[in-house]
Design a protein around this ligand. Structure first.
Ligand SMILES: [Zn+2]
Length: 341
């Protein structure tokens, strides 16, 4: 089954479009290259709507939410967040506070989200500096990165204060919304314990960022855990989605609702294996993480997306390091050099 998209006009910012009976698609703007996020509202009896993901915590999203809430004229009954990235969790605190309703997340996403939005609290940043050096960034890029860091107000500025209480979603749990059961499926690699929701009755998968059409979710090794192996986690947690029916309607967090779940999952798996194969050839002579960027990215990278690209390159190289295919050592400049054995 090839990929096909729902024959629906993309909703304007703040507009609700019914994608299946009782399930509504809502788009919110993002101030990034990827300029939107999809949120989903599920009719929850006569009481209102359960909401999946919330939008980034900016004034613009808040204004849109104010308009939506007054137009809806029924309350939000539950706030469910797939993972802790600011475009998903950003407005959760605002909405939970406004409606005083339960807040659902997986354990790891909730606590990582709280930790990251709280910031370093004055902890020394030598390890962040070391991370950038290990990635193979030049002196000029390092100085630029440092300036950006001083300028940026951190992720916390894009996330409203996270509620102090949550209800845990774990793999295999069932979340009931208006007598409909949604199975909790956990994916790893894009984020620590990402929640997708599957309704067998309506054959709908809310896939969050774990399975996206058109684009491949960012899989990155970041400064907090340079020995992470998120690509292995991602590749390990993708195949479970091929156990769902191939004709499920997939509601992703970016781009458009689509059919062709199995095809897309296999495309994503193949995409990463292709990158790994190309790196196996490229790293026959030792390479830094930054030197590998052209192997993974054909497009020109700018100062906004290079950080994610470096993290993605790191993830692929760590994968090869942990399978034992590549060695990883530190050169005189303090950079990691990955060499095929
Ligand atoms: Zn994400």
């Amino acid at each position: 089954m090839s990929i096909s998209y729902l024959n629906l006009a993309i909703p304007n910012a703040g507009e609700l479009v019914e994608v299946a009976q009782g399930v509504f698609w809502l788009r919110m703007p993002l101030p990034f290259d990827l300029d939107h996020i999809n949120l989903y509202l599920i009719k929850d009896g006569e009481d209102g709507f359960a909401l999946v993901d919330t939008g980034i915590g900016t004034k613009q999203t808040e204004t849109l939410w104010e308009q939506i809430i007054s137009a809806l004229d029924t309350p939000i009954t539950k706030v469910i967040v797939t993972h802790m990235h600011p475009d998903h969790i950003g407005m959760a605190g605002y909405l939970v506070e406004k409606f005083r309703v339960p807040f659902y997340m997986s354990h790891d996403e909730y606590f990582v989200g709280r930790a990251i939005s709280a910031g370093p609290r004055g902890a020394s940043d030598w390890q962040d500096q070391e991370y950038l050096v290990r990635c193979g960034m030049s002196k000029k890029e390092l100085t630029e990165a440092q300036k950006n860091r001083q300028r940026s107000k951190g992720i916390g500025s894009l996330v409203k204060p996270i509620p102090l209480q949550f209800t845990r979603l774990s793999a295999g749990d069932t979340l009931t919304i208006d007598n409909e059961n949604w199975l909790v499926i956990i994916g790893k690699g894009h984020s620590p314990e990402h929640v997708s929701l599957y309704n067998a009755n309506s054959n709908i998968l809310i896939s969050g960022d774990h399975v996206l059409p058109h684009i491949s979710p960012n899989i990155g090794v970041y400064n907090t855990e340079p020995n992470a192996n998120p690509l292995k986690q991602y590749l390990d947690t993708l195949p479970q989605f091929t156990e769902l029916p191939s004709d499920a309607l997939v509601l992703p967090s970016h781009k458009q609702p689509f059919y062709g779940l199995h095809t897309r999952v296999n495309e994503l798996i193949n995409h990463h294996h292709e990158h790994l194969d190309n790196l196996r050839v490229f790293c026959q002579q030792g390479k830094t993480i930054e030197q590998c960027l052209p192997v993974l990215f054909k497009r020109k990278l700018n100062s906004r997306n290079i950080y994610f690209a470096i993290a993605e390159s790191f993830a692929h190289l760590n994968y090869l390091y942990f399978t034992g295919e590549c060695s990883r050592h530190i050169n005189a400049e303090g950079q990691f050099i990955f060499t095929l054995k």
